[in-house]
Ligand binder design. Structure first.
Ligand code: ATP
Length: 266
């Protein structure tokens, strides 16, 4: 049985249905990447799993039990932690206070154990526990947001664009950290614009296009598939590129999708 399973999930904002008929699974210990252009619906999916948005059709099963009627706090208690896009840490609060907020649903005894876990992963946060979070760099704030998510002792961590607004040097540290979290038994759903780096650490991936899954498979297959560029094309501005020869187009898309490969020369 998958740890998490979405069956025919549809969700939206008011009358605007963003996700339609999404089927997705997350097995224990996996890193699964959600890819797609801006506005494809990836954040909406993360919100529907954590309960910030209610799905209006379909079901979401955690360990085989439906959770779609549960409020976010209960889903958190059951092991789903959401690290939202843009981090949303509290700039006017200290590191320790931000972490405390992440632990509101765990017992006092668990809290101490979680802090030890977080200090082990992020020694710098321990050193700076009394500092205001607002004085941190983008990358450090992202680390703090992930640490806050870990305070709830999650089974599943939903990471929404963890590399956004983070200096390149820290981006690789964040991807390294995500891999380390998996070895700690945490299952990860990773929303990322940075497709190449996400797929390089993921087991599987799903590609979203206009609120639907259009491609899914092992990360290594997606990474090597010439088709993936064309799939992304469907999410970009088709009109803008429709006159180009397909080879040039694929090359252009790869540059956009996988900027790291052009920087690194391969
Ligand atoms: P991004 O990387 O830009 O966040 P995404 O794939 O995560 O892209 P979503 O943020 O899920 O996409 O947005 C999907 C669609 O839902 C978009 O059309 C967006 O305009 C719409 N949308 C997102 N948030 C809201 C909201 N709070 N109210 C209404 N519509 C929204």
């Amino acid at each position: 049985m998958p740890l998490l399973e979405l069956k025919s999930v549809s969700v939206g904002y008011g009358r605007n249905r963003v996700l339609q008929n999404v089927n997705l699974t997350l097995d224990r210990g996996e890193i699964v990447a959600l890819l797609g252009a801006n506005g494809a619906g990836k954040s909406t999916l993360a919100k529907s799993i954590s309960g910030l948005l209610r799905n209006d059709a379909g079901t979401i099963l955690l360990d085989g039990e439906p959770i779609e009627a549960l409020p976010p706090a209960e889903r958190l208690r059951r092991g789903i932690a959401h690290v939202p896009e843009g981090r949303q840490i509290f700039a006017g609060m200290t590191v320790a206070e931000n972490l405390e907020l992440g632990a509101y649903a765990v017992s006092e005894a668990d809290r101490a154990e979680r802090l030890e876990f977080v200090w082990m992963l992020f020694p710098v946060l321990r050193e700076r526990m009394k500092d205001l979070a607002g004085n941190f760099s983008g990358g450090q704030q992202q680390m703090l947001a992930i640490a806050r998510g870990l305070m709830s002792k999650p089974k599943i961590l939903l990471l929404d664009e963890p590399s956004l607004g983070v200096a390149p040097l820290l981006v690789s540290e964040i991807f390294h950290l995500i891999t380390a979290l998996r070895t700690q038994g945490i299952t990860i759903l990773l929303v990322e614009q940075n497709a190449r780096q996400a797929l390089s650490i993921a087991d599987r991936g799903y590609v979203f296009e206009n609120g639907k899954v259009t491609l899914e498979g092992p990360a290594v297959d997606l990474l090597n598939s010439p088709d993936i560029a064309e799939r992304y094309l469907g999410m970009g501005s088709a009109a803008e590129v429709s006159g180009l020869a397909s080879d040039a187009l694929a090359g252009k898309l790869r540059t956009v999708l996988f900027p790291a490969s052009t920087e690194a020369g391969g």
